[in-house]
Write a protein that binds this ligand. Structure first.
Ligand code: 4DW
Ligand code: GAR
Length: 217
């Protein structure tokens, strides 16, 4: 069975990219990372890809007069590599509806909150300011509106007393590194179905009752 061909778009350090690379290193993982595209040449994640012998391309948005040229270049590169699924992993350029519709339901993203709560940037800062007792991460299909789209996988982490943005971010990031590979695997196994903008995971067997209490020590 041919493995799903995955292209990853990054802008920064690429720890989620590295988690996907490590997951795909298992020959039983049903997807392979075949291309990494960064929108800036100093994206730290490029080193992760090169260290694993994965093809990299830098397509700098500043080299184009308009978003359309930038996106057309990314699109052509992805299609040229016969990419089946595009993963945004810390990619920070908003993609237009032209691109999103062209890759509809083959384009996913990870966000460091329990969407639809805490959309946008500075997520952990706002979570801490809100006093909420749980946070987490969300892997979702991308739609023209940012941080919008059907949720595929989420994980919940507790907000601990004394948490800083850094300690909360690290706890959420560890969950991200498990969620993203899981979401890619489920898609590659054909177990993710979208109906009326809701995701059904084929074969998911939720436990009869799950309740989590914020650890109060
Ligand atoms: C996201 C949302 C907003 C910005 C950056 C990232 C989440 C992931 C994402 C990237 N591209 C997307 C999404 C998405 O969810 N949906 C769509 N496209 N359609 C953001 O505000 N970026 C700004 C800053 C960029 C920068 O500092 O380089 C921007 O102006 O693009
Ligand atoms: C991740 O925490 C991801 O959830 C977040 O950027 C970080 C990228 O880290 N994405 C967003 O905030 C999108 N709105 P990484 O480059 O180490 O994967």
């Amino acid at each position: 069975m041919a493995r799903l061909r995955v292209g990853v778009l990054i802008s920064g350090r690429g720890s989620n990219l590295q988690a996907l690379i490590e997951a795909a290193a298992d020959p039983d993982f049903p997807a392979e990372i075949v291309l990494v595209v960064a929108n800036q040449g100093d994206a730290g994640g490029l080193a992760h890809a090169k260290a694993s012998g994965i093809r990299t391309e830098t397509i700098n948005h500043r080299a184009f007069n308009a978003k359309q040229g930038f996106e057309a270049s990314i699109d052509a590169t992805l299609r040229g590599a016969r990419i089946d699924l595009v993963c945004l992993a810390g990619f920070m350029r908003i993609l237009s509806s032209w691109f999103v519709e062209r890759w509809r339901d083959r384009l996913i993203n990870i966000h460091p909150s329990l969407l639809p709560a805490f959309k946008g940037l500075d997520t952990h800062e706002r979570v801490l300011a809100s006093g909420t007792r749980f946070s987490g991460c969300t892997v979702h299909f991308v739609r023209p509106d940012v941080d919008d789209g059907p949720t595929i996988v989420q994980a919940v982490v507790p907000v601990m007393p004394g948490d800083s943005q850094e300690t909360l971010a690290a706890r959420v990031l560890a969950a991200e590194h498990r969620c993203y590979p899981l979401a890619v695997r489920l898609i590659a196994e054909g177990r993710v179905q979208i109906r009326d903008e809701r995701v059904d995971i084929v074969g998911a067997m939720p436990p009869a009752e799950v309740m989590m209490f914020n650890p109060v020590g």
